[in-house]
Structure formats: C-alpha cells, structure tokens
Design a protein. Sequence first.
Length: 374
Amino acid sequence: MLIIERKICAASGRVELWWAKTSPEKGRVLVSKIMDEQPLAMADESGTQARGAVCWAYGRTLGNIEVRSAQLLRHFTEKRAADTVLPCDFVYAGKYRHGAHRWWCRTHQSHWGTKADLAALQSSNEMLCAKHTQLMSYEIDPYTVYLDKHAEVGVWCSMPAALSNFEIKPRPPKIHVHVRDTPTSQKRIDADFAAISAIYTTREGLFGGDSPVRVNITPPAAFEFVCALEAHQKMGCIDCSHCRHPHLDLGDFGKTPHRKHFCANCGRDSTWSQGPIISTPLQPLHDRTATHLTCLLPDRSLNLDDYKGHSYTVWASTPAIVWTASRPQEYGIHVHVHDGNSRVIDDTFGEVILNGKALVREELLQAMIDRAVV
C-alpha cells in the first residue's frame, strides 16, 4: 500500500510530497515525487505585500482571500476573471484524529487526505481537493484606496437596486467607493469595483502588534458584513492561534455568532473566541475608520408620483464599511431619477412616496439582498 511521505529537499529547503511504501527489509521507501508542498503564509507577511491578488467564491462558509502562492499566481492570465476554475493550493494541516496526514486547499477551502483522496491520487497522479471544480473569481492588484490621504473616503457593499420602473437584473455584490479630497469638493472617485484594498498607514495598524495595515475587501466579505450589521449581530476579528491569520466567516458562519473558529489559511480548527462572535477583518477596519458611527435620517422627502414619465431607481441605503468623513452617515432611501439621459435627482431621503404610499426601507433592503447573487 502506498502512503504519502513529507520530505525536505536538501537543495531547495522546500517540503516535498512523495509516494512511499513500507518494505519489511528496507522499511519506508520513497517511490516517486508527487509535488512540492506550498509554504504556509503567516499573517505578518501581508503587511509588506505591496502587490498581489485577491480571490473569492460564493457559497462558502469561510474565506481566505489573499493569494501568495507563486504556483497559483501563474494561472492568473488576466487582470481579473469571474467564474473560472483555478488549481488547488495545498498546505500541511496536521493530522486527522486517526493519525493520518491531512492537507488544506487554500484555493477551494477543503481538506485533503481521506482514503478516497489517496485512491484518486493513485489513479490520476494529480492531487485535487473535493471542491476543485468550484468556480472562482480573482483580481490582480485590485484598486487601492489610501484612507488617510483624503478628507473623505466611503466604502459600501453595492447591491442590485430594490425598485425601478425598468428591469433590475440580479447580480453579485460589488464594492462601491467614493473619495473626496476636501469635505466640500466633488467626488474624485464614485464607482463600483470587483474588489479593493484599503490601506491605513498609521503606526498603530488595524489589528495591533505587527499585523497588516492592508485590508482586502471582496464582495462576499462585504455582503456578509453589511447583513450582519443590519441584523445587529455580535462581530469581532479573531486571529488563528496557529498562523495568526485574521479569520473571515462567510455564509452560515457569517450569520450566526460562534466561539470555535476554523482557519481558512492553514486549515486548523484550534482557535476559540472568548464569546460567540462572527469574525471578519472588516470589523476593526470599520471601527477604526468610522469616525462618526451615528447615522442621520435625512430631513428630506420625495414624491416619485410627481415625476411621471421619468425613469427611477431606488435603493435602501446601507451602513458604510469604511467612513472617514467628519459628518454622520445618511441612513434612508437613495433615489436616482432620470429625464432621458439626464439625472435630475441623486440623493438620499428620509421619506419616499410611490403610488401614494411611503416606501419601507427594510422591505427595500430585503429586495436588494434577494437579488444579490451570492
């Protein structure tokens, strides 16, 4: 019977994975090399990472979005891509309870090392995790916003509109950014992005100690964060006790606070928080940059019935992930009204009337969440 043996290459210092067999005469004998094992990236390395990529998928319960593996980066042939198949990226993750070695695929968030995995490897000579066909999205060198270089930076989770008099197509969430150089100037940036990096350059950093000042924000992370904020869930950010990587809960784990946390960077499950929380690196980012956490309901009303013949689009405003402005956030209903190609209204209101009835913000938000493809 063949087993997998880990071996350090004397020439390169890398850990290699080899097929091995046990012989009564010679003991354990190496048969053939399978692949190099990827090194485990520690959290403090990311603070010096000036360039790189982020990667994400929907339908996960946890996420590891930083891509550091040179082997994986070689497969990124475009600046960005969506719904594409990417190779596995394995790191050693200790042993199963019965003593067998196990590995963790950082790409697809799946353990490898069961009897079925070993049988598949012997058959195909290719190490693939159970989720290797999962469709992924990635972006190389995502748009970077420097939070302390502008008078006002706002970052939101952009979702499909709640209401319109033309078709609203479901779509994945995006990251919306607006930037002003002075509090009264026009917006330098006002756009949606597939993913972004936020840089906070004070010496304190965001997470304490030697931890990173760069925080990558992907659509699934932003979506889960905003939904948890709206549901008033207890959030925090806990680092893995093994690799110190900040933990990101997604999916079901992003909706229910819990104490035991599974690391998406190293595949270990030995980290416990003091109390039940949803862990996300966006929480300390939000807390540090939200200088005015209070939200202001605008003292403005709009009657869309007064704009017959115009096109309109309506959103529930959502709390910002990042808000560095010296004024409170406006919390209400955001409306665009167009007269042909000309936008005549682009504002947030405390009350919006349509067909003689006041729109309900919570109902609008739920419509947006329902159309978000996650």
